[in-house]
Design a protein around this ligand. Structure first.
Ligand code: NOJ
Length: 544
């Protein structure tokens, strides 16, 4: 399988590198950083959407699937990005947002003009103007239905009101989507990430959620989703075995992911699931803070490793992306033990069974932004919830404490390249403020230090490439009930490695001496395993 030895790097183009001083990252900016990415050792670059968009949800509101938004550059720039990446043995993965379109998309605009054909591309329903069709809630807050007075109809939007859900039960919609994938394949794109793709098949959009929840039971891993993905595979990317695909799965189950990403399933290469990134949600609610539930984190990661392994299916491995707070701030200590915690977290992810994803800046230990003024936040979800929490009566101080932990803008601040103004991201005014710590945390500094987080990531990436055991070995959890240690074994024939990671700053002593093993990798430069793990220390042992 072409993806087992690969490492994928996620670029958030808007925040990666600006080349023309307008404060937005762009394609020429990415091209200018390809040597850095090559040096890091990654194989494939996943780019968040750069197609034409009003940017209500930073490009996840697509107005034209075949046009590059001029703020990022031109189609010629994109073609040269593919060429330049390929020249360095890297490929490009694009984000396909097929659950919804922007309401500015031509299909939606024609639907609004009354064209029945395009109304059938979406979920338009007749109803009284004062009562939404169902009680479903949008994932960004508020009702999931919007009324359009000019045509006396409601339409469904699981996300922002400007992101109208597409009706995949309509074969025309499925044909259009396959056509779009083929369009990008013809340009030389070798990977696709499908946005919230397990939401595309809705059971009954006219049924109320009896539990007064948000309605997700009616559309998560819906009735025809596997059929539709098989069809998309057959009509587009399935024709080229070198293409890597990954589906973003919202609130899914192992059972379904085995079907999405089973080796013989003919759906996708792998899946992003998110249960392990909800272990600090109080009552399952993103906007209610709680300490990380470490035993739960361990048991979720272990059960996904084993569940997918036992069924010959494949996980995408990640703790960071453009929707998540920075992992070093969330699971580690981003002050005193920033280096130790960033490298420990990277180790446990990279040595698991699956394909690791690095989100830009993770490789230098970028932290949460900790903005404390609403004007500094740009993200639609953060801004909506700011108002919602205010209406609920929360004090501003409390709301900022929550946003500082949970806002997606924590991940989206510009990439920190140097100590120059705006961290070398732009010579203009950045679209989102640069994290104030760029003087200490930046690529330039990291590159000069051979013991840096960056240097450690390079080692991890090379280990995967060198060791079939990391690509193919069996995963076995260890110390499942230990309160602060995350540990596992990987095995392939006679080879074995053991990963021992201290998730906290208190020292751990282990009784086991692991005779017959030697140190393969240590994030604190220890040469010999001494049964002790200091703050956020990780030791990787290999059987001699
Ligand atoms: C998931 C994407 O990662 C997120 O950024 C976006 O807001 C939603 N899907 C809606 O497209």
């Amino acid at each position: 399988m072409s993806f087992k030895n690969k490492v994928i790097y996620q670029i958030y183009p808007k925040s990666f590198q600006d080349s023309n001083g307008d404060g937005w990252g762009d394609i020429q900016g990415i091209i200018s950083r390809l040597d850095y990415l090559k040096e890091l050792g990654v194989d494939c670059l996943w780019l968040n959407p750069m197609t034409l968009s009003p940017q209500k949800d930073n490009g996840y509101d697509v107005a034209n699937y075949r046009e590059i938004d001029p703020r990022y550059g031109t189609m010629a720039d994109f073609e040269s990005l593919i060429k330049e990446a390929n020249r360095r043995d890297m490929t490009i993965m694009l984000d396909m947002v097929f659950n919804h379109t922007s309401t500015e998309h031509e299909w939606f605009q024609r639907a609004l003009k009354g064209e029945k054909k395009y109304q059938d591309y979406y979920f338009f329903r007749d109803g009284s103007p004062d009562k939404p069709i169902t009680n479903w809630q949008s994932k960004f807050g508020g009702p999931a239905w919007q009324y359009v007075p000019s045509i006396n109809k409601w339409y469904l939007h699981l996300y922002d009101v400007t992101q109208a859900d597409l009706n995949w039960d309509n074969p025309e919609v499925r044909r259009e989507c396959a056509d779009i994938v083929r369009f990008w394949m013809n340009k030389g794109v070798k990977g696709f990430r499908f946005d919230v793709v397990n939401l595309i098949s809705k059971a009954n959009v006219e049924e109320d959620d009896p539990n007064l929840f948000d309605g997700r039971q009616f559309y998560t891993d819906g009735p025809h989703v596997h059929e539709y993905l098989k069809e998309l595979n057959e009509n587009s990317f399935g024709k080229d075995p070198s293409i890597i695909t990954v589906g973003e799965m919202s609130s899914t189950s192992i059972e379904n992911c085995v079907k999405y990403a089973g080796f013989d399933a003919h759906e996708l290469s792998m899946v992003f699931s998110f249960h392990h990134l909800k272990v600090d949600y109080h009552n399952q609610k993103k906007w209610e803070l709680q300490e990380v539930d470490f035993p739960l984190l361990k048991s979720i990661l272990n059960s996904w490793q084993i569940g997918m392994q036992e069924n010959d299916a494949w996980n995408a491995l990640f703790l960071n992306n453009h929707d998540q707070p920075r992992s070093v701030s969330r699971f580690g200590d981003d002050q005193v033990y920033r280096k130790e915690s960033a490298t420990m977290l990277a180790t446990i992810m990279h040595l698991m069974r699956g394909t690791p994803y690095i989100f830009q800046g993770e490789e230098i230990g970028m932290t949460n932004a900790y903005f404390h003024h609403i004007d500094d936040y740009v993200d639609v979800e953060s801004r909506n919830y700011f108002s919602i929490m205010k209406e609920e009566g929360k004090k501003e101080e409390e709301i900022y404490a929550i946003l500082q932990e949970r806002s997606r803008d924590n991940a989206r601040t510009p990439m920190q390249w140097t100590r120059e103004e705006n961290a070398g991201f732009t010579s203009g005014k950045p679209w989102l403020k640069v994290n104030a710590n760029y003087n200490e945390i930046n690529v330039e500094e990291e590159r000069m230090d051979e013991h840096s987080i960056l240097a450690y990531y390079k080692q991890l990436i090379q280990l995967r490439k060198k060791m079939p055991l990391i690509q193919d070995g069996i995963y076995e959890p260890l110390y499942e009930n230990h309160p602060s240690l995350f540990a596992y074994k990987r095995k392939l024939k006679d080879e074995e490695i053991i990963v021992l990671a201290n998730f906290y700053k208190e020292n751990i002593h282990l009784d086991e001496a692991f005779d017959g093993y030697r140190m393969l990798l240590s994030n604190v430069d220890k040469e010999i395993y001494n049964q002790q793990l200091g703050p956020y220390e990780v030791a990787v042992l290999i059987k001699e």
